[in-house]
Design a binder for this molecule. Sequence first.
Ligand code: ATP
Ligand code: MG
Length: 241
Amino acid sequence: MDITATNLVKSFKDNHVLRGLNLEIREGKITVIIGGSGSGKSVLLKLLIGLLPPDAGAILVNGQDITKLSELALYPVRRQFGMIFQTGGLLNSLTVGENVALGLREHRLVPPDQISQIVHEKLALVNLADKENEMPANLSGGMKKRVSIARALTLNPRVILYDEPTAGLDPPMAENIDSLILNLNQQFGVTSVIVTHDMISAFKLAHMVNMLHDGKIVASGSPAEFRESHEPIIHDFIKRK
Ligand SMILES: Nc1ncnc2c1ncn2[C@@H]1O[C@H](COP(=O)(O)OP(=O)(O)OP(=O)(O)O)[C@@H](O)[C@H]1O
Ligand SMILES: [Mg+2]
């Protein structure tokens, strides 16, 4: 799915988070968004998936402005999106398998007797077939991220938005998540949007990198263009990593 955001504005009282932001997300590509803490990356993802309304601007999803849609009309669009939240978003009182089944139960897209089959299949895709009956508390951080990816996959999304998928993971586990994201993109053509602080993973995965600063995308280019940039803002951000 192609997504184009134009002139997005979003404030919380006098906190002007997005100030006329433009962003292009291309079908089948991996788009990475980088930017400092508190710059508005998570807010931007929530706008893109229609979880928060912008104050102004348009978000075209395959040409249709989703900011103009009613909650009901937004529903079939949102169903094509998967979101991996920054905090994982697993319910600790449910098993891994029950967590993965949540979206399927909520959306009632498949008969109940098919749910467990789909749960097995998606857990196998993220290499956690043997953890279905575990409680989330017994999993490592990377495993929890993978469970949350498996949960997003149950609805066969065309777009997946990942908020800091490798944050807090050791390098091998981060690499493991990167491979999974790349695999889903290459094998199933999932359009992917990744918010990250992890420049190694940004440069490895991205077709296009976008830098969010002062409420706007101030730079957009290939990983090579970013690496070679002499723009102070980009240079300083990358150098610190
Ligand atoms: N629901 C909300 N209500 C009020 N303010 C909010 C809300 N969500 C986010 N903010 C504010 O918007 C700003 C941007 O927050 P956001 O979570 O998007 O930052 P971020 O770039 O994702 O940061 P980090 O890298 O630390 O995750 C912050 O100042 C935050 O306090
Ligand atoms: Mg965030």
